[in-house]
Design a protein around this ligand. Structure first.
Ligand code: MRU
Length: 357
């Protein structure tokens, strides 16, 4: 299992994804502000991993607080939540992770629970969210494996794998599950400019699992589709609106349009915490703009002329009409998504009916 992030007695330990694949080093956050920095600087990244990192950041902030009264601690919790919420705007899992711990804190504080008990409870919940994330990935794998061809090549964009979650992965989890069930699948990994999550991270973790993987530049997918060399596209998501529009890493939209043009199914795998029922459609999803240097420089070396204009949106939105299915731990959603998402929200399958991992 790839240790993306881990709660330790000393703090929260993160595999430094900015250094992969050349170095496997860790960053220990002993303070919630450090967790915020780790998220902002993409030492940890990927929506589900960010969600659990934020929950652990909340728990860490509460655990390390020296507040003597509940009133003082409540004021601190508001600051901790705000600091973590200001890191990255697009992945809704971040806000979900913060809110899970804040809700638990509020309910315990409202009952006048002693501070040491509150500290233990929030740590236990954050650690449980870690386990639940891995279980959700396994469930997505169980639900989604049958959608993939028995033999063929799947294109993925960005990294929606073990590194983007607490383990196993969403899109890559479905690929892992399909391979475990006997599908003969190889992967094309889009390099995913500018941060190179595909070239650096997807390739690294799939090779660790001996899954046949080929990295392509982002502009090569169209030609490969036309040559009949891609049988399915499978990506993760940072936020899915209530109508099924999907925000994911910049470049995903183009891949979805290409897949549509070539009659290739475009699938999305994401935990239920990625679905944002409060956001009606994709146009309302906030898109993170990152620093120009990610585009102008590669490995610290400037690639563009001084002073040229730069755009660096980190995500785009794929309209629901291009999405063949959304794979969640609760089951597979199909169009029309406004209805299938609403129905699944109102009536989630009871755990007993969920497919075993
Ligand atoms: O900017 P990143 O690396 O955090 O973006 C990650 C993605 O876009 C992933 O595809 C998404 O979070 C799904 S991860 C299971």
């Amino acid at each position: 299992m790839i240790p993306t992030l881990e709660w330790l007695p000393e703090g929260v330990n993160f595999l430094d994804q900015t250094k992969l694949p050349l170095e496997e080093t860790y960053v220990l956050a002993t303070d919630y502000r450090q967790v915020a920095t780790v998220i902002r600087e993409m030492i940890v990244r990927g929506a589900p991993a960010i969600g659990v990192a934020a929950a652990m950041g909340m728990a860490l902030g509460i655990e390390r607080s020296t507040a003597a009264t509940l009133d003082e601690l409540t004021a601190e919790v508001a600051v901790i939540a705000k600091t973590l919420a200001e890191t990255r705007p697009t992945a809704v899992n971040l806000f979900w992770g913060i809110d899970e711990i804040r809700r638990l804190y509020n309910s315990l504080a409202a009952k006048g629970t002693p501070i040491p008990e509150i500290k233990s409870a929030v740590i236990a919940r954050a650690r449980q969210m870690y386990d639940e994330d891995i279980a959700a990935c396994k469930q997505m794998g169980a639900h989604g494996a049958a959608l993939l061809p028995m033999e063929g090549t799947v294109l993925t964009h960005c990294n929606a794998g073990a590194l983007a979650t607490c383990g196993y992965g969403t899109a890559l989890g479905v690929i892992r599950a399909a391979i475990k069930r006997g599908h003969k699948i190889s992967v094309f990994a889009d390099e995913t400019r500018p941060f190179l999550q595909g070239a650096r991270l997807t390739a690294w973790e799939l090779m660790k699992d001996s899954i046949p993987t080929t990295v392509i530049c982002d502009n090569m997918a169209a030609a490969l589709m036309r040559q009949g060399r891609i049988q399915a596209v499978l990506v993760g998501s940072d936020r899915i609106a209530a109508n099924g529009d999907v925000a994911n890493k910049i470049g995903t939209y183009g891949v979805a349009v290409l897949a549509h043009e070539h009659g290739i199914p475009f699938y999305v795998a994401a935990p239920w915490s990625t679905i944002d029922l409060a956001t009606s459609n994709g146009d309302r999803i906030p898109i993170e703009q990152r620093v120009p240097s990610e585009v102008t420089h590669i490995n610290g070396r400037q690639m563009t002329p001084d002073g040229v204009g730069i755009e660096n949106p980190a995500f785009d939105v794929t309209p629901a009409k291009y999405v063949a299915a959304i794979i969640t731990e609760r089951g597979v959603l199909r169009a029309p998504y406004a209805e299938s998402i609403r129905a699944m929200a109102i009536n989630p399958p009871p755990p007993a009916e969920r497919v075993p991992a």
